[in-house]
Design a protein. Structure first.
Length: 315
């Protein structure tokens, strides 16, 4: 039997990006995730899409839960003004004390930045400003005329494995959040994160979080596939690295084992349908999985010797 601390860490994202998902449906998912075998309740971020806004959705989740960890996967900070970004994060940390995993990334959809009126070329610099702003309110005291409230205890996860993203990881972060990549591609990001951490002399090991989409159906060409195609329009990871859909019980278990083998501490499953039955099904699958030992990231560099570059995706 595994040690008590050695449990499968399986998180699930809310279907806030599923077209037609209602507030009542989100509340049902939130309550059932809280009562289920899940380690984290995740929320994804988009700007030009039909999704519910990430921070308001997470605030609702904070109010309806008290156990499960809340994770943004990932919050596209540069689409918001820096003072608003810092204030939203600090407020959410106060609503869910000790339960916030803030995954941040700059995103890769040009139309999001055009709609927000933010220069695409400045997105990396804005993210740097925002991480510094969080550091400035971490120990805020008194009633100084500045952005607040004081930032409570949070876990900060950085998306991407470019040189700037890895610099942010070792300067500000606690780990990596990786979205929708094949396990063999996640291995590259995880390996880069671990090596950067070690080179910077940070103690321990960065936490590594992977994610993929899932569906209970084992039939390709269904509504889940159509939903994923819709979600990936106008951006998203390049086609040769996308994880695809973990289908059926065997598919979910295989995906979880593959990410664990490449060093993932936690795996998030992203629903493509908002039917609560999809969540109930995943809860049964997650609850039945035997404990899976975590490996270390071992990327196969030969995979991309003649193919597309694996250079990091986030500036």
């Amino acid at each position: 039997m595994p040690h008590e601390a050695e449990t499968n860490r399986i998180g699930v994202l809310l279907p806030n990006g599923v077209p037609g998902c209602t507030g009542d449906t989100l509340r049902t998912w939130i309550r059932e995730i809280e009562d289920g075998p899940f380690s984290s309740l995740g929320v994804a971020d988009r700007y030009v899409y039909v999704n519910h806004e990430i921070m308001m959705t997470m605030a609702a989740a904070a109010a309806l839960t008290g156990r499960v960890r809340l994770m943004s996967a990932a919050f596209l900070g540069p689409l918001r003004p820096t003072p608003l970004f810092a204030k939203q994060v600090a407020t959410l940390a106060a609503l869910a004390p000790g339960r916030l995993s803030l995954g941040v990334a700059i995103g890769n959809r040009v139309n999001d930045y055009a709609a927000a009126g933010v220069q695409w070329e400045r997105r990396g610099r804005i993210m740097d400003e925002q991480l510094r702003a969080l550091a400035e309110i971490r120990d805020l005291k008194g009633e100084d005329n500045t952005v607040g409230p004081e930032l409570g205890d949070i876990e900060l996860l950085i998306g991407g494995a470019s040189d700037p993203a890895l610099r942010r990881l070792v300067e500000h972060g606690d780990g990596l959040v990786s979205g929708g990549l094949k396990p063999e591609v996640f291995a590259f990001e995880a390996f880069a994160a671990v090596k950067a951490w070690e080179a910077a002399g940070r103690p321990g090991r960065p936490r590594l979080v992977a994610s993929t989409w899932y569906a209970s159906s084992e039939k390709p060409g269904d509504l889940a596939e159509a939903r994923l195609d819709s979600y990936l329009k106008n951006g998203g990871p390049p086609g040769h690295v996308i994880s695809g859909i973990a289908r059926g019980r065997d598919g979910v278990e295989a995906a979880f084992r593959a990410y664990r083998a490449q060093g993932a501490d936690e795996v998030l499953f992203f629903p493509l349908l908002d039917d609560p039955a999809e969540l109930d099904w995943l809860a049964r699958v997650a609850g039945d999985l035997p404990f899976v030992e975590r490996g270390e990231p071992t990327p196969d560099f030969s995979l991309f010797e003649r193919g597309p570059s694996m250079k990091g995706r986030h500036a």
